[in-house]
Design a protein around this ligand. Structure first.
Ligand code: HEC
Length: 130
């Protein structure tokens, strides 16, 4: 009989592989790697390493308003690219949403924010439906 501990390793490898495929697929464009790096530096603590809204700040019970799941096509398609850009630049305040979403306009350049918008669209595999 296999011990549970011996089972863990292949399971972890498989999880990482799936994660890599989910996040890494279609990320061959030149902007993709820098955008992913920016996302990992500034966004994952709330939005999650998978972009599903399950970052550590959320899962530890710290946030009163749930971060948007960037992989959630239904929710993401309700936003235009311009609204996403405004939310990232000016934070929740700028788009009449929770100020738990910080403003990044002083940390990131306009170009970095533009590629983040592209990155979020890759994550949701969606466009605005408006
Ligand atoms: C400190 C936690 C936190 C961090 C860090 C954070 N966010 Fe958010 N974000 C939130 C929360 C909470 C919401 C949901 C706000 C609401 O629905 O009222 C949100 C919402 C959003 C939205 C949707 C806005 C809308 O109009 O519905 C976008 C887009 C977004 N975040 C992008 C980002 C990006 C890109 C980064 C990294 C540069 C980032 N966020 C970093 C907490 C965070």
């Amino acid at each position: 009989m296999m011990e549970p501990q011996k089972m863990a390793k292949p399971a972890i490898i498989l999880t990482r592989l799936i994660t890599a495929i989910v996040i890494g697929s279609n990320l061959t464009a030149a902007w993709a790697a820098p955008a992913e790096q920016t996302y990992r530096l500034y966004c994952v603590q709330c939005h999650g390493i998978l972009g599903n809204g399950e970052g550590i700040n959320q899962t530890s019970g710290g946030l009163a308003v749930s971060p948007l799941g960037h992989t959630n096509a239904e929710q993401m398609s309700k936003l235009t690219d311009e609204e996403i850009r405004q939310a990232i630049t000016g934070g929740g305040d700028a788009v009449a949403k929770s100020e738990l979403m910080p403003a990044w306009g002083k940390t990131l350049t306009a170009e970095e924010i533009d590629v983040l918008v592209l990155y979020l669209r890759k994550m949701c595999q969606c466009k605005s439906n408006r």
